[in-house]
Ligand binder design. Structure first.
Ligand code: ZN
Length: 407
C-alpha cells in the first residue's frame, strides 16, 4: 500500500520570546505532550519558507512549501481567491478579489464592507457576465461582503494598481497601469469602465433601496484589489504522483488547494477562527485516509492571535491543536509533517521572516536528539535549516520515490 502523507500547517505558529512567558515563545510555553512526542520520535529543523530575510505572505509561503516556486506560480492573490470560490480559470485571465462596499456621492469610502453585509449574491447576479471592449467579467459571491472577479479577453495584464484604497474616509482609486505596456493600460481602462458601470447598477439596485429603508448601508461600490494573471498550473497529484486533498477553514487556503488541483474536503465547524473544530479536521483525515495519498491540513488561528498580540490566546490555541493531534499519532504507514507557513510574533503583530519549526514523524524517518517541538529545540535538529521549497523533495525522498540523480 502506498504511504500516506499529512502536511499540517499551523498558520503563523512561530514567535519570539515573550517576557511574560518567562522568555519562552507561545509554542515553547504551551503544554504540548503530543507535539513533543512527535519531535522526540521524528526529525526536526527550522525552515525559512521563502528564504532567509524574506517575510512571507501566507499565499507565497504555502505555494513554496507545497512545491510550487512562488516566483513562477504566484502573480497576485486574486487567482488563488477565485480558485477557492470554485471559479475555473483559463490561461490569460486576470483575477481579482473584491468587496461590496459603501461610498458617498464623491466616491469616498464610508464602509469597505457595506455594513458587514451577509450575502451579496443578489447584487452579484447583476454584475456577472457583462462585457466591455471585448473583455468578459465573471463574478461570483464569496463569504459575506466578498466576491471573486475574472476578466477574460485578449491582451490583459495584472500590472494594475488596486481600486480599493483599503481605508475608510479615502476616495476610491481610479485603477492605474503599473507599467507602460499596452496590456496594462488596456486592462486598467476596461476595468475602470466596468467599475463605473457596476456603480451605476448598484445605485439603482432594488435591494439597496430596501437596505436604505432598513437603515442599512447600501452596497454601492465594487472595490477590487490583488490582480493576478493566470498561467496554467500543473496539478499537484500529477506533479508528485500523490492524490491530494485540502482540509481548511479559511478561503485563501481552500484557494491554494483548488489552485493546485486538490480536492477540497468540507469539514463541519472548520471556521478558520479560534473556535474552529480541529477534532473534526483531523477526524476527516482519518476517515478519508483510504481515498487520498496526501492531506494538506491547515489550521489558521495561531496567526490571527499573533496579529492581535494575544500571546496567551496563541498559547491556548496551540494547546488545542496538540490535544487534537493525538488522533493522528498512531496511523499506520503515514508520514506526518508539522510546520508553519511563517512566524507571526505577538510583539510585532505581523508576519516576520523568522524561521519556523518543522518536524517529520512516522514511517522510517531518521531521528535526532530533539525532544520538544519549539523554536529553540528545533534549531538543534537533524534537518538543520530548510527552505520551503525543500519540503516536497524531502517528503518524496522519505517515501522512497525520488528520481536518481546521475547513474
Ligand atoms: Zn499565514
Amino acid at each position: 500500500m502506498k504511504s500516506k502523507v499529512i502536511l499540517l500547517v499551523c498558520d503563523g505558529l512561530g514567535d519570539r520570546p515573550i517576557p511574560e512567558l518567562d522568555f519562552k515563545t507561545p509554542l515553547e510555553a504551551a503544554e504540548t505532550p503530543n507535539l513533543d512526542y512527535v519531535a522526540k520520535r521524528g526529525i526536526c529543523g527550522l525552515m525559512y519558507t521563502l528564504g532567509p530575510g524574506l517575510r512571507p505572505g501566507s499565499d507565497t509561503s504555502h505555494l513554496n512549501i507545497l512545491g510550487y516556486d512562488y516566483h513562477k506560480y504566484y502573480s497576485g492573490r486574486g487567482t488563488i481567491e477565485v480558485a477557492g470560490l470554485g471559479m475555473k480559470l483559463e490561461e490569460g485571465d486576470v483575477a481579482l478579489r473584491g468587496n461590496l462596499g459603501t461610498v458617498d456621492e464623491n466616491l469616498t469610502i464610508i464602509d469597505r464592507r457595506a455594513g458587514r453585509i451577509r450575502d451579496v449574491s443578489e447584487f452579484v447576479r447583476e454584475l456577472d457576465n457583462l462585457e466591455i471592449d471585448g473583455v468578459k467579467f465573471l463574478v461570483k459571491p464569496g463569504t459575506a461582503h466578498r466576491v471573486g472577479i475574472i476578466m477574460r479577453g485578449e491582451n490583459l495584464s495584472n500590472k494594475i494598481a488596486d481600486a480599493d484604497p483599503h481605508e475608510t474616509g479615502e476616495k476610491v482609486h481610479t485603477v492605474e497601469a503599473l507599467d507602460d505596456s499596452r496590456e496594462a493600460r488596456r486592462t486598467a481602462e476596461v476595468l475602470n469602465k466596468y467599475l463605473e458601470k457596476c456603480h451605476q447598477i448598484l445605485l439603482q439596485h432594488p435591494e439597496n433601496e430596501r437596505r436604505q429603508k432598513e437603515k442599512k448601508l447600501p452596497a454601492n461600490y465594487l472595490l477590487v484589489r490583488g490582480a493576478g494573471f493566470y498561467k496554467s498550473v500543473p496539478p499537484f497529484s500529477e506533479r508528485f504522483g500523490l492524490k491530494a486533498c485540502c482540509i481548511a477553514g479559511g478561503g485563501l487556503y481552500k484557494g491554494i488547494g483548488a489552485y493546485l488541483g486538490m480536492k477540497i474536503l468540507k469539514v463541519e465547524g472548520a471556521t478558520a477562527l479560534p473556535d474552529t473544530n480541529i477534532d473534526n479536521k483531523f477526524d476527516t483525515v482519518k476517515d478519508r485516509l483510504g481515498e487520498f495519498d496526501f492531506f494538506f491540513v491547515h489550521v489558521k488561528a495561531a496567526d490571527s492571535l499573533g496579529e492581535d498580540g494575544n500571546y496567551l490566546g496563541k498559547k491556548e490555541f496551540i494547546e488545542r491543536i496538540d490535544r487534537s493531534l493525538e488522533r493522528l499519532l498512531s496511523l499506520d504507514n503515514t508520514l506526518l509533517v508539522v510546520t508553519a507557513d511563517h512566524s507571526t510574533p505577538c510583539s510585532l503583530k505581523k508576519h516576520s521572516a523568522d524561521p519556523v519549526p518543522i518536524c517529520f514523524y512516522g514511517l522510517d524517518v531518521r531521528t535526532d536528539s530533539v525532544t520538544e517541538f519549539g523554536e529553540r529545540a528545533c534549531a538543534g535538529g537533524g534537518l538543520g535549516r530548510l527552505t520551503g521549497s525543500e519540503v516536497m523533495p524531502e517528503i518524496i525522498n522519505i517515501l522512497g520515490l525520488s528520481d536518481l540523480v546521475g547513474a
